[in-house]
Design a protein around this ligand. Structure first.
Ligand SMILES: C[S@@+](CC[C@H](N)C(=O)[O-])C[C@H]1O[C@@H](n2cnc3c(N)ncnc32)[C@H](O)[C@@H]1O
Length: 301
C-alpha cells in the first residue's frame, strides 16, 4: 500500500477506536501511529519522542507488523509495552510489563526534586546522595541522574522484575557508576550504618490506590501493569506510612523527603508530616487543577 494511504487509513482507525487514558495525555491517535510505525520500522521510540520525527517508508512485511501492532494496541495493550519505550522528564526510557509505565503526573515530583537537588548543591558545594524507593522502571532515579549528574543514587523496589527493568534503564543511559539498585521492602535493604543520616534527597512514588478500588481500575491498567505498583493496602497508604516512619533515619539533617500521593490523599499526608517532630518546611506540590500530587518535607532535627 502507498505510504500516504496507509497513514490516512490507520490514523482514521485510531481516531475512531483508540481509547486514551487521562493519565497518558502524551498519547494521541497521531503520536500512537507514529510510535507504532517507527516500532514496525525497527526504530522504536516513545509517543512523546515522535513529535517532529519524519517517518521512514515501510516495506510490505513492516506494514503487516504495523497492522498487528495497531490490533494489539486497540485490544488494550499499553503503547509503551508495544514500543518498549516511554519518555519521562524528557528522558527516553525502556518500558515493559515488568514495571509501571512512568506517568506524566509523576514528573511533578521529579521536577520538584530537581529544584531541591540544584538548591542543595549550590548550598553544599559537593556531590549529593539521592535515594529512590519504589523505583519501578527506575524513571526517577535515571532521569534525575541524566539531568543532574552531580550525585550518587541508590534505588530499590520490592519487585525483582521491576529492579531488572530499572537495571536495563541504568545501562541504557550508561549510569552504572552512579545508580545502584537493590530489591527491598521500602528502605529495609539500606538498614546499615553506611546509609544512616547520609541521604540528601529521598524520593518515593509508592502504590497508593486502596485495595478495594484496584478492581475498578481500567483494564488497560489492571490487565497489563503489575498490581504491586498500585495496591496501597486497605487505605492506600501502607507504603507511605512505613516511608514517613523510616525516612528520618536515612536523611541527613537538612535533607528532603519527597513523595507522590493519590488524588485526595494530600491534605491528610500533609497533616501527618506537620505533626512529625523531625520534619518542617512542608511543601505541597499542586497539579494544574490545584490538587496536591506530591509532598516535600525537610528533616530539621
Ligand atoms: C506507583 S509504582 C511507581 C514506579 C516508579 N517509581 C514510577 O514513578 O513510575 C510503585 C512501585 O512500588 C513498588 N512497591 C510496592 N510495594 C513496595 C514495597 N513495600 N517496597 C518497595 N517497593 C514497593 C512496586 O513494585 C512499584 O514498582
Amino acid at each position: 500500500m502507498k505510504q500516504d494511504a496507509l497513514w490516512k487509513a490507520q490514523l482514521e482507525r485510531l481516531n475512531d477506536q483508540l481509547e486514551i487514558l487521562p493519565d497518558k495525555p502524551e498519547e494521541t491517535a497521531e503520536t500512537t501511529l507514529k510510535a507504532l510505525w517507527l516500532t514496525a520500522a525497527a526504530r522504536p521510540v516513545s509517543a512523546e519522542k515522535t513529535r517532529g520525527m519524519a517517518l521512514p517508508e515501510l516495506k510490505d512485511d513492516q506494514q503487516n507488523l504495523l497492522a498487528e501492532l495497531i490490533e494489539k494496541r486497540l485490544s488494550g495493550i499499553p503503547l509503551a509495552h508495544l514500543s518498549g519505550r516511554q519518555q519521562f522528564m524528557g528522558v527516553e526510557l525502556l518500558a515493559g510489563p515488568q514495571a509501571l509505565v512512568p506517568r506524566k503526573e509523576t514528573e511533578l515530583l521529579g521536577f520538584a526534586a530537581l529544584d531541591h537537588l540544584r538548591e542543595l548543591h549550590t548550598q553544599l558545594q559537593r556531590d549529593l546522595s539521592m535515594m529512590d524507593v519504589c523505583t519501578g522502571a527506575g524513571n526517577l532515579a535515571v532521569a534525575l541522574t541524566v539531568l543532574f549528574p552531580q550525585m550518587n543514587v541508590f534505588a530499590a523496589d520490592l519487585s525483582a522484575d521491576a529492579v531488572s527493568l530499572a537495571e536495563r534503564n541504568v545501562r541504557f543511559h550508561h549510569l552504572e557508576e552512579k545508580v545502584r539498585l537493590r530489591t527491598s521492602d521500602v528502605l529495609d535493604a539500606f538498614d546499615t550504618d553506611a546509609f544512616y543520616e547520609s541521604i540528601d534527597v529521598l524520593l518515593c512514588n509508592p502504590p497508593y490506590i486502596s485495595s478495594a478500588k484496584v478492581p475498578e481500575m481500567h483494564t488497560e491498567i489492571s490487565d497489563h501493569e503489575p498490581s504491586l505498583a498500585f495496591d496501597g493496602g486497605a487505605f492506600g497508604i501502607k507504603v507511605l506510612s512505613k516511608l514517613a516512619h523510616d525516612a528520618p533515619k536515612y536523611l541527613r539533617v537538612g535533607g528532603w523527603l519527597g513523595f507522590e500521593v493519590g488524588l485526595g490523599q494530600g491534605p491528610a499526608m500533609q497533616k501527618r508530616l506537620t505533626i512529625h517532630k523531625q520534619f518542617d518546611h512542608i511543601q505541597p506540590i499542586l497539579d494544574s487543577d490545584g490538587h496536591i500530587r506530591a509532598l516535600f518535607a525537610q528533616r530539621i532535627v
